[in-house]
Write a new protein. Structure first.
Length: 81
């Protein structure tokens, strides 16, 4: 049986996205996990939250090849979570 949502509510407090660039453009040297970390930091700042108050982040990654394991985790760690 699923837990009662009222006992464990999901709360979305902020969001951010990474910048978009063209192929081999100005962002070509940037690691996507570093861009993800910047987005997570920005979302935390907008929400006025300290990193230790965050229990979970959910991120998407279109092309994860070559990023190493768990790019969302890497971005969270890079953002100080």
């Amino acid at each position: 049986m699923s837990p009662d949502p009222a006992q464990d509510p999901v709360v979305i407090v902020s969001y951010a996205r990474t910048p978009m660039g063209g192929f081999q453009g100005v962002l070509s040297d940037a690691k996507s996990t570093d861009l993800g970390a910047a987005a997570v930091k920005a979302a935390l700042e907008r929400a006025g939250l300290a990193p230790d108050k965050v229990e979970q982040i959910i991120m998407g990654c279109v092309l994860p090849a070559g990023l190493g394991q768990a790019p969302a985790r890497q971005a969270g760690l890079g953002a100080g979570l």
